[in-house]
Design a protein around this ligand. Sequence first.
Ligand code: FMN
Length: 160
Amino acid sequence: MGLDLESKKILLRKIPHGLFICGVREGDEINGFTASWVTQGSFEPPLIVMAVRSEGSSHGIIQRTKLFSLNFLRSDQKDLAATFFKPQSALGGRFEAAPFKYGEYGLPIIEDCIGGVECSVIGKVVHGDHSVFVGEVKSSYLHQDCDALNLASTGWTYGG
Ligand SMILES: Cc1cc2nc3c(=O)[nH]c(=O)nc-3n(C[C@H](O)[C@H](O)[C@H](O)COP(=O)(O)O)c2cc1C
């Protein structure tokens, strides 16, 4: 029997997800995109696992620089999440909506959000239409400890 695509879609969409802004930088160029396929992968060392669309602009930057930041959005920041998945006129333009500072590793940490971490890529799994990057958390900046945005609350879907 082949894979039942409809039940596969319904079931995979039950996996709970947060919503984050992943930041990347290569030289003077920065970019950021909304990411939901993110989870913790180890306590020690602290690892984050994130799947990144192979055809996106940020994918190559992560592959080449082996660095990314992850910004944690508050539950009231749905609009900002939308800004970071819509097409942009120029790479990095989305950050006009989100003032940021550079972290210790040179990656964008959004100022008005829960906080952000910078990760160094220590592994990757390249199959299918997304690559899975394993990043070790190297720096952490907490601005305010409050409820985080999650995918279910937005009514959007990414998955299935
Ligand atoms: C709700 C939602 C969740 C998303 N999650 C991811 C994700 O986990 N990984 C990913 O690569 N793209 C994800 N995307 C798509 C990217 O945000 C989108 O393709 C973005 O334009 C990529 O930007 P870039 O090409 O500038 O890197 C998601 C989109 C939406 C609407």
